[in-house]
Design a protein around this ligand. Structure first.
Ligand code: SF4
Length: 359
């Protein structure tokens, strides 16, 4: 997989003389920087056009937020998200950013990541008794642009020195060169979103293949990082049982389960608006063909019985590999936890199950 490159770069006028913009200029000298005063003028009309370009701008507002699961009556693992940019160069058919960023789709990187780390530092110092799990892969892929931004070179040393936080870098890329030069001191988990072979091949255009993701995972694991996997979204396509089992087999053929921090499972979940957007895509998507029902949080999912069946099958295959793997399901109510795991954990217990974190 070739590292991603934008076709054009816009820079907020006030940010031209910042380390990030100088880095972009030196890494992509063939692409002239276009200064803009009004960032709205850099926004394209079409969502897919936003993925061809890059905007470097200052972030105004808070960087750190609670994961949305914490506010909607679902069992929550007390996860925090930090946003150092928005949108992603890959084009997964089911991606919620198609709806969430419909009005501001330009792929953005923020020039003031240091302000975000100052914010995190304040939160960590205020609660030394609690261990936080913090990720950067909510509104963007954590590593897809790292060959251009070097963001990991700021994040990994910062978290390596903090005793009460774990950073998660979540990706579908194989952009790991910076990580291999850094020492995470056991405070960083690099995780890969994975799926069945047909889903990765046909529903996740632009991202790394399973082979590339696993080769990268093996390298970062050998370099001292813990790793994680997210089977999300699980989709009940034709042949799903064999296909997901095969992905589980391929992963753990190459990786040491003792250095796996967590494996999560999540079912396909769509709003009605996102479903409509998926139906407008040029390729017919399996995610739009799946029969879904509306849940209490307003999102559509496959019916509960099938979700539980898929989770149980996955748990069985994962526990066959290693019964000690830390496992959880994502964005699900207590009733689904009970049917899947035979118990309903508190939010705090879920967090402890993952990293021994005090929630
Ligand atoms: S990798 Fe993640 S953020 Fe990027 S398009 Fe796919 S689902 Fe969206």
């Amino acid at each position: 997989m070739k590292p991603w490159k934008p076709s054009r770069i816009y820079v907020e006028h006030s940010e031209i003389d910042t380390p990030l913009v100088r880095r972009l200029q030196s890494r992509l000298p063939e692409i002239p920087l276009q200064p803009v005063d009004d960032l709205r003028s850099a926004e394209p009309d079409r969502f897919d056009d936003g993925k061809q370009m890059l905007v470097a701008q200052r972030h105004r507002g808070t960087f750190l937020q609670h994961c949305p699961a914490g506010t909607s009556g679902l069992v929550c693992c007390n996860y925090l998200v930090m946003n150092f940019g928005s949108n992603c160069p890959y084009d997964c058919s089911y991606c919620f950013l198609q709806e969430y960023l419909a009005n501001n789709p330009a792929l953005k990187v923020f020039t003031n990541a240091g302000d975000g780390l100052t914010e995190v530092d304040t939160v960590l110092r205020a609660r030394p008794e609690r261990t936080f799990r913090i990720g950067t892969g909510e509104l963007a892929d954590s590593l897809a642009l790292d060959h251009l931004t070097d963001l990991s070179c700021e994040l990994v040393p910062f978290f390596a020195e903090r005793s009460n936080a774990i950073l998660e870098l979540k990706t579908k890329s194989n952009v790991i060169d910076n990580l291999l030069r850094l020492d995470p001191k056991d405070r960083v988990v690099v995780s890969w979103s994975v799926n069945s072979a047909v889903m990765m091949r046909e529903e996740e255009p632009g991202s790394a293949s399973l082979d590339e993701r696993l080769a990268a995972a093996a390298e970062v694991q050998a370099a001292g990082y813990k790793i994680g996997f997210h089977f999300d979204p699980l989709v009940a396509h034709d042949g799903w049982e064999e296909a997901y089992r095969d992905t589980v087999t391929q992963i753990f053929r190459r990786l040491d389960t003792r250095r796996v921090a967590w494996v999560s499972l999540g079912s396909l979940r769509l709003t009605s608006q996102l479903k409509a957007l998926i139906r407008q895509r040029p390729q017919v998507s399996r995610t739009a063909l799946t029969e879904l029902v509306v849940g209490d949080d307003g999102k559509e999912r496959v019916w509960r019985g099938l979700r539980v069946k898929m989770y149980r099958r996955m748990l069985q295959w994962l526990r066959d590999v290693d019964s000690c793997l830390p496992l959880y399901i994502c964005m699900e109510p207590a009733s689904v936890w009970e049917k899947t795991f035979g118990m309903i954990p508190s939010d705090r217990q879920v967090a402890q199950r993952l990293v021994g974190a005090e929630a």
